[in-house]
Structures are given as C-alpha cells and as structure tokens.
Design a protein around this ligand. Structure first.
Ligand SMILES: Nc1ncnc2c1ncn2[C@@H]1O[C@H](COP(=O)(O)OP(=O)(O)O)[C@@H](O)[C@H]1O
Ligand SMILES: [Mg+2]
Length: 282
C-alpha cells in the first residue's frame, strides 16, 4: 500500500525563475526504507518540505501537481494535521530541542494534543526505551552529545506515532561512529515497527545495506530510483558525481580490468566473499 503519492510535482520558490522541483512522480510504499540523495542544491530538502506541508503552507511560490501523504493531500490539510502522521527530523537537533529535560521534550508534542498524563508517561518511557536513552531522561539538552541529541529528536517524533519519518541529513553534525549508530537505530525502527523511512543522506558507504530503495535527484528531477545494488553501480549515477560507496568503486575497477565478481556488492562482507570464491576457484 502506498504512503506517498506524488504526481507531476513542480515547485519554484517565490521570485526565482528556476524551479527547485520539476515534474516529480514518485510512489513510496508503506514500510520502505528510502535513501534520498543527490548533489547539494538538487532539491532534496525542498521535496521533504512538500511532504510535510511546509510547502505550500509556509513557503509561497508556485506549486503544481499533487502530493498525497498518508492519504492526505498536503495542499488541502494544515501542517498540524500532517504532522500527526509525518514526523520530521532536522539536520540540526538544536532546532527541535528546547525543554529543560529530555523527558519534557519528548512529552511536549503529546501535551499539545491533550493526551492524558498516564498515557504520556507510558509513551515517553516507550520512546526512551526504543532509542536506548532511558538513562538520559532527566538530562538537559545542552548536556548531551550530538548523537544523543539526535536520538532525543527522534524519540520526540516517535512518541507521536508517525506512519512516516523523514530525516533530512540527520548525521551532518555527527562523526562516522555516531552516524552508524544512528543508522542502526533507524533501521531497527523500520524493521521492528514497520515505520516508513525517508532518509536524506550523503554517507552511502554506511547506508546501502539498510535501505531497500535509493532515489537520486539532480537539478530538481529524479534521475535514478531502484534497489541500491543496481542503482549505485549504474552509469547514469556515476556520471552525477555523488559519493559512490568505495566497495562499488572497487567492484567497477575490477570489472573494467576483466575481473567479474557477480552482482554489485553492497557491503564489505559481500565483496570479500566474492573475492574469496574467485581465489578458491583459481
Ligand atoms: N528558502 C528558499 N528560498 C529560495 N530558494 C531556495 C530556498 N531553499 C532552497 N532554495 C533553492 O532551491 C534549490 C534546491 O535547494 P534544496 O532543496 O535546499 O537542495 P538540497 O537539499 O538538495 O541541497 C536550490 O537552488 C536552492 O538554492
Ligand atoms: Mg538539503
């Protein structure tokens, strides 16, 4: 069942002649884990803004086409309604945390929906547990590391029980270890809760084993869309100059020199296994 339907979407920011999005058609299924990537300025954040209703409700400009998210037309529904179904995690968690403690930040959204106290406590405990941050419940946001803050931001979203979670470059301020930890948590939420994920990211090296689909944009258009194994080694993607994973590069280099390793790998383990098999067969 689809959770996002985008039909012939084009959008230009006010006063700009060049459209930020051009004729986008996209269907996203419930339970998908999607990496959305592409060169800087290609329209990823703009597309996310169309999915949570910031466009057209907070950004004017020229929007044509249809965006239906969790069955709601974003044009016809206020962002407050869309936010009950679509959680949004920003690049910088500082933008999302403002209460005096982690617990209060997570409870905030539920309090606004007038959820009863006992239920709030239950939901907060559950979100803390899912993110592995129960020990931080009384800490103030300023006492946390970047990775911890980003987990709290995700816990705030999860407590609202979204059907779709969009994360726009959530690891920009994290080192590679913290980024990998965060990806593993997001993956667990996708697998265990069936939460649909759209993750805008450049760190494809760390990510391709988690996602079932990668969408690559360039100059406001979708340029490639499919399973990571096929897409990342395709000619059109290589020509875009995005950060292709090193294992994909190694595979293609070997292929160009006449060494065929079967299907393109998406993990170090896979390519190691292929090389072992090749050596044993020699
Ligand atoms: N608030 C804005 N006002 C005007 N132009 C914008 C705004 N945000 C983004 N743009 C422009 O829209 C295009 C797409 O930007 P963006 O969606 O932020 O790309 P990405 O997230 O892929 O880096 C760029 O040309 C950018 O300059
Ligand atoms: Mg962006």
């Amino acid at each position: 069942m689809s959770i996002v339907e985008i039909r012939n979407l084009s959008y230009s920011y006010p006063g700009l002649n060049k459209p930020a999005l051009i004729n986008i058609d996209l269907t996203i299924e419930k339970g998908d884990f999607i990496i959305l990537t592409g060169p800087s300025g290609c329209g990823k954040t703009t597309l996310c803004r169309c999915l949570n209703g910031l466009i057209p409700h907070f950004y004017n400009g020229d929007l044509t086409g249809d965006v239906i998210v969790t069955g709601l037309s974003v044009k016809d529904n206020p962002t407050s309604k869309i936010a009950q179904h679509v959680g949004f995690v920003f690049q910088n968690p500082e933008n999302q945390l403002f209460a005096l403690s982690v617990e209060k930040d997570i409870a905030f959204g539920l309090e606004n929906l007038a959820v009863p106290r006992t239920e709030i406590r239950k939901q907060v405990d559950h979100a803390l547990d899912l993110l592995g941050i129960t020990n931080l419940r009384d800490n103030a946001p300023y006492e946390l590391s970047g990775g911890q803050k980003q987990r709290v931001a995700i816990a705030c979203i999860l407590a609202m029980h979204p059907e779709l979670m969009i994360l726009d470059e959530p690891t920009s301020f994290l080192d590679p270890v913290a980024a990998k930890n965060l990806f593993e948590i997001i993956y667990a939420l996708n697998k265990e809760l069936g939460l649909t994920i759209i993750l805008v990211e450049h760190r494809l090296d760390l990510l391709c084993t988690y996602a079932n689909r990668v969408i690559i944009m360039d100059e406001g258009k979708v340029k490639a869309d499919g399973i990571p194994r096929d897409i990342l080694s395709s000619k059109e993607v290589l020509s875009l100059g995005i950060g292709i994973p090193k294992i994909t590069k190694l595979y293609l280099e070997l292929k160009a020199s006449g060494i065929h390793l079967g299907d393109p790998p998406i993990s170090v383990n896979e390519i190691a296994q292929e090389i072992r098999t090749l050596m044993l067969n020699d």
